[in-house]
Design a protein around this ligand. Sequence first.
Ligand code: C2E
Ligand code: MG
Ligand code: MG
Length: 739
Amino acid sequence: MLALRKDGSTFPAEIRGRSMPYQDRTVRVTALRDITDRRNAELRLQRTNTLLHAVIDQAPFAITLCEGSAQDWFLTLANQEAQRITGATEAQQHKIRFIDGELLNPTVRTWEMLHPDGTPIDVRDTPLVRAMVEQRVTRSKEMIIRRTDGVETYVLANASPIYGDDGSHIAGIFTYPDITENKRTEETIRTLSQAMEQSPVSVVITGLDGVIEYTNRGFERSSGYSSEEMCGQHTRLLGSGNTPAEVYKELWSTITSGRSWQGEFQNKRRDGSLFWEYAHISPIFDSQGRIRHYLAVKEDITLRKVQEEKILHQAHFDSLTGLPNLFLALDRLSQIIRTAHREHHQAAVLFLDLDDFKKVNDTLGHEVGDQVIEEAARRVKWAVREEDTVGRLGGDEFIVLLAHLHDKSDAMRVAEKILAAFRTVFRLGDREILLTSSIGISIYPDEGDTAKILLRNADTAMYYSKSIGRNVFNFYTDAMNQDVSRRVELEEQLYTALDNDEFYLHFQPIVNIYSQGIVGAEALLRWNNPRLGQVAPTEFIEIAERTGRIVQIGEYVLRQAVQQARHWHDQHHQTFRVAVNVSPVQFKDGNFLTMVKTILKEYQLPGKFLEIEVTENVLLSEKINSVEILNGLRDLGISLSMDDFGTGYSSLSYLRHYHFDTLKIDRSFVRDITSDPDDRELVVATISMARSLGLKVIAEGVENAEQLAILQAEKCDFAQGYYFSKPITAKALERFFMN
Ligand code: C2E
Ligand code: MG
Ligand code: MG
């Protein structure tokens, strides 16, 4: 109550009344006491209490106070955070009391405690509580508090004992900050760093100065450096010195301005070897947006680079010789033309083709052919200056580009030097062959102002060099074009010649060298075209072979020849053989043998009246199963003749392997037999060798009596040539055996 003073002020007072005996009666004594001090003390306490509660409630972590002993304790306080985590209201909390670990009122239990691995914690056996009570120490433990509604909170529980004045344990204070967020972050960091470690790409984190702070295992794999070795080192250590300074400059200016950069470097591994990396480098910002680190994610692209370079090289260079190919050569030529145009000077294109290379390939095989090409490339390179371009256009064709030409004669000198380079023999294992080349030259700007035209004209000039006897060079002239257009026309006309009945046969008698009586006749194809006139077989057979028309044409020749032989047999009782020339291309056609059989059957001609002439190219081409075909022909009773003997490379050894009946010495040896002792020597050797192998010998191209006399002296068997008769019609030939 409040008491009022005389002056009107009040004070808190306490009235105490007591009845007490006074003389013979009981009186009531009332005392009024001023309790201002006590009331003030009480108010201060209350205030402190409220404040304390407020502080505890506002605490950012859960606080729970348990009073009592280890055996019997009850909850007396739980702050707001504790209520949130446990899901229990203050009223519920106050009903919690554990006696010997048993919850007195289980219905109020709104949470349970779990170990971090998810297994429940038995309160009776809580080391935390026991330790706290028994050992009087503060303990902390990570645990999960799971509410009945399923919400789980990760906490770091701390338990501290509180002792009374007498030293006895009177309470325990539990604080348990919510560390769920930290745990999640920790988990995320762990996952991320594991992902980084296991990532196949290489990851490097550096400080702002480029000093390495972290590298993953991918980095270790590609660079060979361990994380320990690299951390603290500058990324510069990895540089190969081959990456241009501008690349680094651009990289740093990009990332320091807060953007990411991507690009390629060539770096150096720990063992010194070089490797290519594709890098994606980006700044890492802090929460204030300031750059703190740089993150480089890099992929080892060495393999891809190597392949790319290989493909690029393959696209531009010939794999056999390493020389620029047609594509690159044309590109260079265009550049040369541009410069020449600007600087007003000339340039030259030399088109080079090996003479008779096809023969090397066909007779000695592709492997030897490749060796020849490689050697030829070396020779051409040797003959030109370092700055001149030598390219291989494919097959046995090469190109030489001369920039900065002062005069046409410069190109001439180079061509002469190249021809000279081919004058020494090619040594291939134990074999030696002489292989010349033919060259055509076109000059910029006189003979063309584009790469294409210059190349075409040089090619035309090269063809011209071939046609006039090979082993020479020629400058392009407009007249040469006619030559080329004739070839094109020949090819065109040849296509329809058979259907248009433009072919016919001539026959040339083969005679006994002593009696000069006819022993056979060689069928020789003739072509009379309404536009081109009479075309020589030396001109069109090669084209027919190249286009494959020779297969049909050859069949026509055989049919005509067999028909003629049949006629001579029936009408004139002649028993001599008719010889037919067969091209290697016909042998390649799988149907050849069947075709021969069919025709013989068609005309009922015994095989012994037929002779087939082949050159050694037929025998030596890898793609043809010659043995089978030759044996098949032999089984039909057909004689076999080796044509143009002496013009190939390896005639002798092959003659031992295939059984031939006749050998025809090439016209070129017979021609000079009277004047050139070497040629005579060769003819003599051939005859004696043929004899030892049981072969008959025919000398081709006998044109005069002197040649005949020598051949007789050397005991040649047969002869053929203008001296006896040119190739003539079948009808004309009949005069030979009619008189
Ligand atoms: P080959 O098989 O060596 O034929 C002989 C060639 O020499 C013929 O030329 C013939 O006319 C010529 N000749 C014969 N005696 C003399 C002579 O005393 N002096 C000179 N200068 N030449 C003589 P042709 O008819 O021009 O044939 C050339 C080549 O064309 C033949 O050479 C042969 O390889 C080929 N050929 C001709 N007809 C056919 C054919 O039907 N099929 C095939 N695949 N090739 C053929
Ligand atoms: Mg012949
Ligand atoms: Mg011949």
